[in-house]
Design a protein around this ligand. Structure first.
Ligand SMILES: C[S@@+](CC[C@H](N)C(=O)[O-])C[C@H]1O[C@@H](n2cnc3c(N)ncnc32)[C@H](O)[C@@H]1O
Length: 193
């Protein structure tokens, strides 16, 4: 099996990839991760989706491609310039709304909300505010993180944070996790009913 053969990315990915390269943004998700996000998104028809770390919108585009017509996605980032790429290419999709906000502040503002799917791709909701993010998951809801395998852009000391996050997720009684040594290294967790 060739896991990148026939990935069939959403059409908009080509334009966002080009804009991402033009912008110099270097933290974009890869296509394998996107493909998994699309598949998992398709398991939550009519679902409420949350993305922490829009970047230029590559993962956003894959998630939208898996979402049903009646699903909604809110995607937050604190960098107006990179998020403007996502707004430009995806903002016409009425299912998505973009929040320009610090992820931690935004997560706190969501207290009491419930989501079927959270892709945590920035510091808040992953290395900080983990409890706040997981408290937003519905029973059966999915929590997904990537970049769990060493990446060239990791700052000094980041590896220890990754190990601590993995240990934390492994120990949680409220989450059924699977670790994938694939793509950039992913963990998929499902909230216990
Ligand atoms: C790994 S990138 C996201 C990549 C994106 N999901 C993709 O698939 O291409 C992390 C993003 O987090 C954003 N970010 C960093 N600190 C943040 C914070 N405190 N609150 C919200 N976003 C933050 C950065 O601007 C960056 O766009």
């Amino acid at each position: 099996m060739d896991d990148v053969h026939n990935l069939a990315p959403p059409a908009v990915i080509a334009a966002i990839t080009q804009a991402t390269a033009d912008s110099g943004f270097s933290m974009a998700s890869d296509c394998k991760t996107g493909s998994l996000l699309r598949t998992l998104a398709a398991t939550k028809p009519g679902g409420s989706f949350l993305e922490l770390g829009t970047g230029t919108g590559l993962s956003t585009a894959w998630i939208l491609a898996g979402m049903s017509e009646k699903s909604t996605l809110v995607s937050a980032d604190n960098d107006e310039i990179v998020q403007s790429v996502a707004r430009k290419h995806l903002g016409q999709d009425r299912r998505v709304s973009f929040q320009l906000a610090d992820g931690g502040v935004f997560l706190e503002s969501l207290a009491g909300s419930k989501f079927d799917f959270i892709f945590a791709d920035t510091w808040p909701g992953k290395y900080t505010h983990l409890e706040a993010a997981l408290s937003l998951l519905k029973p059966g809801g999915l929590y997904i993180v990537d970049d769990m395998l060493p990446q060239p852009n990791w700052p000094p000391g980041h590896e220890e944070k990754v190990h601590a996050l993995i240990a934390d997720l492994e120990a949680r009684p409220d989450l059924m996790i699977t670790k994938l040594n694939w793509a950039t290294g992913l963990i998929v967790g499902a909230k216990n009913a």
